[in-house]
Design a protein around this ligand. Structure first.
Ligand SMILES: C[S@@+](CC[C@H](N)C(=O)[O-])C[C@H]1O[C@@H](n2cnc3c(N)ncnc32)[C@H](O)[C@@H]1O
Length: 369
């Protein structure tokens, strides 16, 4: 196992966060805390050089994602991307949050000459070196960006990027809503609530003691993308639910989760910077943000449905046992098949494929958003 988290890095990150808490009157909104824990330059979880993605803890990894699990994920997604590229007359792909570069490799291999340029936008500069290694064979097609360009023409993809965007926390004490943030108590970080005008985007009912999330950053990200997408389509894959399911009384503990060494916990205030922090995606909020910015929803369905619509079962014919077993994890209802969803958008007017997007051909659940 690789050494994780030198003490000096966590100590420096903790000092930086304490400094931010002091500068903010002794209380930091959770989204600010999460942004620093994950992305503080050189110190945050995604800003260090460790291996976060991989199949086993012995590799020093913390969690596995679909493209790390099976190359068939990218091969199946490539069929939808290819249809969308043809539909909008583009030859450029934009990937957000490219991680190790595994999905980029699968898409570039499957799409061949259909892609002239593959753009990667990732908040983490340190992952760029890893992506360069993974994608060495495609160097002439690759471009990395720190920021979005003013205008985009092409197909956008993002796997597990929306869940990595900082969320605000809300606490319902039975009478009123409070915003849950973070204070310092000596060396430790502790929860602290403040009065707020913020509300969940759903009427409830909410049991007393509910703690849940709202996602202004992910929604603003989608709105900006939509604004800049002149021609093209976008596909995001992530775990989450429509709004009514997200804010269901049975989910009164919220969806905030940390991952380290392939174990999950619910305490983001300890081992800060040494573990991933995520929240599920409110796909209704994402769809509304895109629609408000002028995009059409192409479809919304489970990952299993989407991958099967894109031909994954045919790709498994004649495959060896390991390939089949890994692909099954992407499809099985009790593994990634149902919890993970795919949502697709296109700029209205790019109608050449909006009528029959391959991945949503059967089992589209847009009506549930
Ligand atoms: C959970 S990882 C997923 C990595 C990869 N897509 C995969 O499936 O293995 C989340 C990634 O999203 C990136 N990220 C988070 N917010 C982002 C943003 N606003 N723009 C671009 N990348 C972002 C993180 O740096 C990280 O690489």
């Amino acid at each position: 196992m690789q050494p994780k988290e030198p003490a000096s890095v966590s100590a420096a990150l903790a000092s930086l966060i304490r400094w931010a808490i002091d500068g903010h009157g002794g209380w930091l909104p959770f989204d600010r805390f999460m942004a620093m824990a994950l992305y503080a330059p050189g110190l945050g979880y995604y800003a260090r050089g460790d291996r976060q993605f991989g199949s086993l803890p012995s590799s020093g990894s913390d969690f596995i994602t679909a493209p790390e699990l099976s190359p068939l994920f990218g091969r199946a997604l490539a069929r939808q991307v290819e249809q969308a590229l043809a539909g909008c007359g583009a030859d450029e792909v934009w990937e957000f949050g490219a991680g190790s570069g595994a999905l980029a490799l699968q898409l570039l291999r499957a799409l061949g000459d259909r892609v002239r340029k593959y753009h990667i936008v990732d908040l983490s500069g340190t992952l760029r070196a890893r992506q360069r290694d993974t994608l060495a064979g495609f160097a002439d097609k690759l471009a990395w960006h720190d920021e979005l360009p003013e205008r985009l023409h092409g197909v956008i993809v993002g796997n597990e990027v929306l869940d990595a965007m900082p969320v605000q926390l809300l606490h319902f004490d039975g009478e009123r809503w409070l915003e849950r943030g973070v204070s310092a108590a000596g060396e430790a970080f502790v929860w602290a609530d403040r009065a707020t005008e913020l509300r969940p985007p759903h009427e409830g009912p909410f049991p007393p003691g509910t703690v849940t999330e709202v996602h202004p950053q992910a929604e603003a990200f989608i709105a900006t993308l939509a604004d800049r997408l002149e021609h093209g389509a976008a596909f995001f894959i992530d775990y989450g639910f429509p709004v009514a399911e997200y804010y269901h009384p049975q989910r009164s503990g919220g969806t905030l989760m940390c991952h380290r060494g392939h174990l999950a916990d619910t305490d983001p205030l300890t081992d800060v910077g040494a573990k991933d922090i995520t929240a599920h995606v409110d796909f209704t909020g994402i769809a509304l943000a895109a629609q408000d910015a002028g995009l059409d929803v192409l479809g919304y369905t489970s990952q299993a449905r989407f991958l099967m619509n894109c031909g994954m079962l045919e790709m498994l014919q004649g495959a060896d046992v390991k390939t089949i077993a890994n692909a099954q994890k992407l499809l099985n209802e009790h593994e990634m098949g149902e919890l993970f969803k795919v949502i697709g958008f296109a700029r209205g007017g790019d109608v050449a494929f909006t009528t029959a997007p391959l991945g949503f051909a059967a089992g589209d659940r847009t009506h549930m958003l």
